[in-house]
Ligand binder design. Structure first.
Ligand code: KIV
Length: 286
């Protein structure tokens, strides 16, 4: 019953890593979102996003966990398979979950390879700065593009004492700039900057020759990323300052569900137009 649209569609060219690198100079800013399933990914791709990330945020918005820490490589692979079947244009990035890359450059390479082979990803993302530069380099040397992630690092939530804006002090801001440079030197093709003052993100963006993609990092990055349920108004538990809601789909879902429940209870649904009839075949005998 369901499946990709068939026939007649003009071929659409996939966004590549060199395309994304070129956007630093040539623009326009990169529009990136997260997705975790086929149906949503189809819609986001049709909406024209450049990059889709299967983020380990899936632990919080799909699995209902308080942090991203329990997310496994298998979880990211599972969601990656579904999302990869939907994307015709957007580049697909897979997040490396907590403890899938920190232990050693070898483990990082092995697990990045699994994301590419089994999850259908076209590049991987990992959190951290200078301390993971060697890990990044090992992955990049195997031909796997890597997106870095600096600033607020959700996998370090306990070390940070919560999901708190980073880089407010000059020395912390300097460290974030140094981390971004280390990631660029290690071979990252772009860097997510999360939860830092806008001025700090602007400094990082100026300091590196690869595109920066901000979330809660102000307007001066080379692109922006948001969690799909946030910008669509579906994740209603929290309303972070950095999220702009472009729709209120959460309200629409609750309203539609209430109407469905009412109509089932009253017998109004299903009507004749939603029901199948029988084919009457006349018998020749008798
Ligand atoms: O896991 C995630 O969704 C992310 C983005 C918010 C950048 O890392």
């Amino acid at each position: 019953m369901y499946g990709p649209a068939k026939g007649g569609d003009a071929p659409i060219r996939k966004v590549t890593v060199p395309d994304l690198r070129a956007r630093k100079e040539a623009g326009p800013p990169i529009a990136m979102v997260t997705a975790y399933d086929y149906t949503m990914a189809l819609l986001l791709d049709e909406g024209g996003v450049d990059v889709v990330l299967v983020g380990d945020s899936l632990g919080m918005v799909v699995q209902g966990l308080p942090t991203t820490l329990p997310v496994t490589l298998e979880d990211v692979i599972y969601h990656g398979r579904a999302v990869s079947r939907a994307l015709r244009r957007a580049h697909l990035v897979g997040d490396m979950p907590f403890m899938s890359f920190q232990v050693s450059p070898e483990t990082a390479l092995e697990n990045a390879g699994r994301l590419m082979k089994d999850g259908g990803f076209e590049s991987v993302k990992l959190e951290g700065g200078a301390e993971v530069a060697e890990h990044v380099n090992r992955i990049v040397c195997a031909g796997i593009p890597v997106m870095g992630h600096v600033g607020l690092l959700p996998q370090s939530v306990h070390a940070m004492g919560g999901f708190k804006v980073q880089g407010k002090r000059e020395s912390d801001a300097d460290r974030i700039v140094r981390d971004a440079r280390a990631l660029e030197d290690a071979g990252c093709y772009s860097i997510v900057i999360e939860g830092v003052p806008a001025d700090v993100a602007a400094r990082v963006t100026e300091a590196v020759a690869i595109p920066t993609i901000g979330i809660g990092a102000g307007p001066q990055c080379d692109g922006q990323v948001l969690v799909c349920y946030d910008f669509l108004g579906m994740f209603r538990g929290m309303r972070p300052k950095f999220v702009k809601r472009y729709a209120e789909l959460g309200d629409a879902v609750v309203d539609a569900t209430r109407r469905y429940v009412d109509e089932v209870r009253s017998g109004e649904f299903p009507a004749q137009e939603h029901s199948f009839g029988m084919k009457i075949v006349q018998s020749k005998t008798g």
